[in-house]
Design a binder for this molecule. Structure first.
Ligand SMILES: Cc1cc2nc3c(=O)[nH]c(=O)nc-3n(C[C@H](O)[C@H](O)[C@H](O)COP(=O)(O)O)c2cc1C
Length: 410
């Protein structure tokens, strides 16, 4: 019998990964109010590393207070406050055999001033349908400073002993916002190029700046959305242009994801919608009156659920193949991997180089060990998405009920 490809070691950039399984970025909810990490945060990654993934990508860390998300306990890499704790944590992660990458992000228009204490900024003045507000378009002469925030964050991550960073250019955050006409109507050099159909100058400066500041031994991964459910947003043609652009950049791995926070459930997807949790906790849809909640359920929910993409196992695999075809940069595919057999065949058939998982690790942190014992193991995560909805609260991220509570069938 041929040994599973999933468990072969693989060189990605300058690092050897012990297997091809990545714990995808997952907001932890374990930092203090100023983005300082806590013992619980370090403990999470030390333990996870001991349980076998080839690489871990941390939850997104904000590169500046202005770039904070709405999640109240997000870690920050805007200054040096976490370096000592991160360094200790990373030493143990490495002793436990895993590689670790800090995900660095700026929320752009996907946040609110109440969360950041700053003005909300974006490529143009259009508000996100979900976050609302009135973002202030960044002036052309302000953008080098935002590039510098990403570069400084990467330098801090390097100092803190991470193996690299993952630049968050997916899920509708600032770098994603610059990419397509749905969110970028600028007329200056940071606008969308009519020939390629995308706006890459900001992203290119970030990637080039990181490589120049950190050198080639410090790897730079990127996470991108291949589509986003926005009119004039990311689509297969624009994604093709983005991939061609990335092949020319100092990028060590591309993680292929989907979506923006405007349609957040299309990032995660699931067979059910955790409506009770949403109505109880979501800052936009929170409803305290049981009567109004009932009306919402009857009349609004059917419309809200119509825009939801279906959950399919490995639902970003087709786009991952597109990324593989675009050149030689290794590709990680994230989204809906639940069975060992499917993960292994995605690798064996060349659809991706790495499989990346988030929710299954919340449900069973020892998933890699189980797969190593039995490749036929099926992850117990039922994609109920309560973990995702609860990111809006002050609670640490965890698996809630295995899907048994508060969900409605779509
Ligand atoms: C609770 C939760 C938190 C997440 N936090 C992040 C994050 O910080 N950065 C990011 O890029 N993606 C984040 N994601 C998205 C995941 O990385 C992943 O793209 C998505 O959940 C689909 O993969 P899965 O089917 O393996 O869960 C999060 C997902 C969940 C469920």
């Amino acid at each position: 019998m041929t040994p599973p490809r999933l468990f072969e070691s693989v060189r990605i950039g300058s690092h050897l990964l012990r297997n091809r399984i990545v714990r995808s970025a997952t907001y932890e909810g374990l930092a203090d109010a100023d983005g300082g990490i806590t013992p619980a945060y370090s403990g999470l990654y030390r333990r996870l590393a001991g349980l076998g993934p080839g690489a871990i990508v941390t939850g997104f860390a904000f590169v500046s207070p202005e770039g904070r998300s709405m999640q109240p306990r997000q870690a920050g890499v805007h200054d040096a406050r976490n370096i000592v704790l991160w360094r200790k944590m990373n030493e143990e992660v490495h002793r436990n055999g895993s590689r670790i990458f800090l995900q660095i992000a700026h929320a752009g228009r996907q946040t609110r001033s109440e969360a950041t204490g700053c003005e909300v900024v974006a490529p143009d003045g259009r508000a996100s349908g979900y976050f609302g507000g009135r973002p202030r378009p960044l002036r052309e002469d302000e953008i080098p400073n935002r590039v510098e925030q990403f570069v400084r964050a990467a330098r801090i991550a390097q100092e803190a002993g991470f193996d690299g960073v993952q630049v968050h250019a997916a899920h509708g955050y600032l770098l994603h916002q610059f990419l397509t006409p749905a969110t970028n109507r600028r007329r200056d050099s940071y606008g969308v190029d009519p020939l390629s159909g995308i706006g890459t100058k900001f992203l290119g400066e970030v990637l080039g700046g990181i490589r120049q500041a950190c050198g080639p031994g410090f790897d730079c991964w990127i996470k991108v959305s291949h589509g986003d459910s926005l009119k004039n947003g990311m689509n297969p043609l624009r994604f093709e242009s983005l991939l061609a652009f990335l092949q020319q950049q100092p990028v060590d791995a591309i993680e292929v994801s989907y979506g923006t926070m405007d349609h957040a459930m299309n990032i995660f997807r699931g067979k059910t919608l955790p409506l009770d949790r949403i109505l109880e906790h979501n800052p936009r849809y929170r409803i305290t009156s049981p009567w109004i909640a009932r009306l919402w359920r009857w009349f609004a929910a059917p419309f809200a659920t119509r825009a939801l993409e279906d959950f399919e196992p490995g639902y970003n695999l087709e786009a991952s193949c597109q990324a593989k075809r675009s050149g030689s940069i290794p590709v990680a595919c994230v989204g809906g991997f639940r069975s060992g057999g499917q993960m292994d065949s995605a690798i064996a058939s060349g659809q991706c180089d790495l499989v990346s998982l988030s929710r299954p690790f919340l449900h069973e942190p020892d998933l890699v060990r189980k797969l190593a014992r039995d490749l036929g193991h099926e992850a117990g995560c039922v994609s109920c998405n309560q973990c995702a909805v609860m990111c809006d609260t002050r609670n640490p991220t965890r698996c809630y009920t295995g899907g048994k509570h508060g969900s409605i069938k779509r």
